[in-house]
Write a protein that binds this ligand. Structure first.
Ligand code: URA
Length: 446
């Protein structure tokens, strides 16, 4: 099968066979396809799309292009579960969700990514913790997965290698925002974790990865359909990104907010509410709970008795971080030298946030990346972010900047102020716009 024939078929709007797709993806992985061929394939797919069956084939071939995680030798007593998010701002859900699921009997091999553009990345947040190693030896990974139940690390080179090449070419050929390519890229990596169940947190709103809400809804339903057809029970949620989820955005700063929740100091936050909702769906899809009430009761008990905090601390220590993070956070999370309030021009309530602009303010402070591979400053970011409906005036700022210097704080302050609209009243925003439960659970959930 010639690669150029496969490209021509897609260029001419034909449906590709499973074999043709697999052949092309393997050629990407073993370097026999040139970048120009990968670019042409990506553009033909961008312009002509793919059917559901083609997208499943592309996803499975991407998943199989490298090694898959294998837990047989570990004899795990519970299901292997994970959550994946399409990326948000002020969104450290994974740091709480992973240990929470582990405390409820799941095993969570969470392979996470770094922040790029306006969205943050779980690995960057964890690397704000002194000593945390996101690339442990395989033996350490397996021991933590079995004994602690959760291990959050980076992607090794041999996991879905075809995606790494294809994504790099998409990035420079204006083909990132192709639905089948996005789905195969996200799921190719996730399903290589060999999961018993997956929950997809698809962000919708002005801070989401895709700009159009209609496109985002289509992404959520396609991801759920493709993952199920590829054999992984999956529930997808469309969750709100018209405001930051946490009250902070940055790296060390978001870890602090998570620690406050784990220590039981915060029980009223949107971050905790959404994490709990995602955890309920994950316990259901993984068969740990039969219905939402049972799942929620189990989750609440684990959080209240400190087991979630304990799992988090054991994971951090097992990956080279401190063993006393919860009680000694300031010693292990370096803070920024300059802290400055940003006030609205007039008093009122916050009626809208430009979430992308808030994310880009973090980038401007040095806490995020414009290009993959850029160094970041884990200390900087924003906290006390006023949510939609929060009253602000000349005592209550719209947010507080943590910067490396006065100059940086000054430069970002106006940009950050403009990201908040202040009016007389605010709309009520849902936390979850829609849930697409795995069909095997439909009886319980409707
Ligand atoms: N995230 C990914 O991993 N791949 C994409 O294509 C888009 C978002």
């Amino acid at each position: 099968m010639l690669l150029q024939d496969i490209i021509a078929a897609k260029r001419d709007g034909q449906t590709l066979s499973r074999e043709a797709i697999r052949h092309f993806v393997m050629a990407i992985a073993d370097d026999s396809a040139g970048n120009e061929q990968i670019g042409a394939f990506a553009m033909a797919t961008y312009l002509n799309g793919m059917s559901l069956d083609e997208t499943v084939a592309l996803t499975e071939a991407t998943r199989d292009s490298g090694s898959r995680l294998d837990y047989r030798s570990l004899d795990l007593p519970g299901p292997v579960l994970d959550k994946h998010s399409t990326g948000g701002v002020g969104d450290p859900v994974s740091l709480i969700l992973g240990p929470w699921l582990a405390a409820c009997g799941a095993h969570v091999p969470m392979i996470s990514g770094r922040g790029l553009g306006h969205t943050g990345g779980t690995l960057d947040k964890l690397e704000a913790i002194g000593g945390y190693n996101v690339t442990p030896e395989r033996a350490t990974f397996e021991r933590l997965l079995k004994d602690v139940g959760v291990v959050i690390v980076g992607q090794s080179g041999d996991l879905a290698p075809a995606d790494k090449r294809l994504y790099a070419v998409r990035d420079v050929t204006a083909t990132v925002s192709s639905l089948p390519l996005i789905v195969a890229s996200i799921l190719g990596k996730k399903l290589a974790e060999n999961l018993d169940g997956l929950v997809m947190d698809v962000k919708i709103g002005n801070g989401a990865f895709l700009e159009s809400d209609a496109h985002t809804r289509q992404l959520a339903s396609t991801i759920a359909d493709v993952a199920r057809q590829a054999g992984t029970p999956t529930t997808a949620l469309l969750t709100d990104m018209n405001q930051t989820l946490a009250e902070s955005a940055g790296n060390a700063i978001e870890v602090h907010e998570c620690l406050a929740i784990l220590r039981g100091e915060r029980r009223d936050s949107r971050l905790l509410q959404l994490t709990r909702r995602l955890a309920v769906e994950t316990l259901l899809v993984g068969g740990i709970a039969k219905d939402r009430e049972t799942a929620a009761a189990r989750l609440d008990a684990c959080l209240a008795n400190g087991q979630v905090a304990e799992r988090f601390e054991r994971m951090v220590a097992g990956l080279g971080g401190p063993s006393d993070l919860l009680s000694q956070a300031p010693a292990h999370l370096v803070g920024a030298p300059v802290v400055r309030d940003v006030f609205a021009q007039q008093p009122g309530v916050v009626s809208a946030q430009d979430v992308k602009a808030i994310g880009m303010a973090v980038v401007a402070l040095g806490g995020g990346r414009r290009r993959a591979g850029d160094a970041i400053d884990h200390r900087v970011g924003i906290d006390q972010i006023a949510g939609i409906g929060q009253a602000v005036d000349d005592h209550r700022p719209v947010a507080r900047i943590h910067a490396a210097s006065d100059d940086n704080a000054q430069r970002v302050a106006a940009q950050l102020r403009d990201a908040f609209t202040v009016a007389d009243q605010a709309p009520a925003l849902p936390l979850v716009h829609d849930t697409l439960p795995d069909p095997s659970l439909a009886g319980d959930l409707r």
